[in-house]
Design a protein around this ligand. Structure first.
Ligand code: ZN
Ligand code: CU1
Length: 167
């Protein structure tokens, strides 16, 4: 069975280089500005004319940020089973830093979605109707709940069912 060895080695090299290219894609992609012509990756709407928190996401093998009109559309996209496995950096507006009706478009108003605090069942509307309020700091999320009502969640609490239930 000695003749199998070169083939086995080839497979091994292939596996190792696949691992390697994954590692190469562990480069860190930053949040980017929302520009006036940007369209939502999910629904195609122009993003910047609407109130409420927006989102951005990168997927493996693509250096381009996908941008979303609302946290609602962001989560609808990134929680899809085939996207979940390739999602890389994800960002949401820090609504503790910016105005709901006119959210700032610069990258530094965005925060890492995986460590953010979220409020569902809240009354304010985003680009697609009701949405998920997003905050970098827990105290800002709690202050928002005091003012508007709603329920505090973390990134991993948010499921496609929750997103689908937003009215
Ligand atoms: Zn959208
Ligand atoms: Cu939309």
């Amino acid at each position: 069975m000695k003749f199998l060895q070169p083939a086995f080695l080839l497979v091994l090299v292939f596996i190792l280089s696949a691992c390697n290219s994954n590692q190469r894609d562990s480069s860190h992609n930053p949040a980017v500005d929302i520009n006036s012509g940007d369209e939502c990756h999910l629904c195609g709407m122009f993003i910047s004319r609407f109130p409420g928190p927006k989102g951005e996401a990168y997927v493996r093998g693509n250096p381009q940020a996908f941008k979303f009109c609302s946290t609602r559309d962001l989560f609808s996209y990134i929680l899809q089973p085939d996207v979940k496995t390739i999602a890389k950096e994800i960002y949401v507006h820090d609504m503790g830093k910016t105005d709901w009706q006119k959210p700032a478009s610069q990258a530094n108003y965005f925060t890492d979605a995986r460590t953010a605090y979220y409020v569902i069942n809240q009354p304010l509307k985003g680009a697609m109707g009701h949405t998920i309020a997003s905050f970098a700091k827990q105290q800002d999320a709690e202050a928002f709940i005091k003012k508007h009502g709603g329920k505090l969640l973390r990134f991993d609490d948010i499921t496609l069912d929750i997103v689908a239930d937003i009215q």
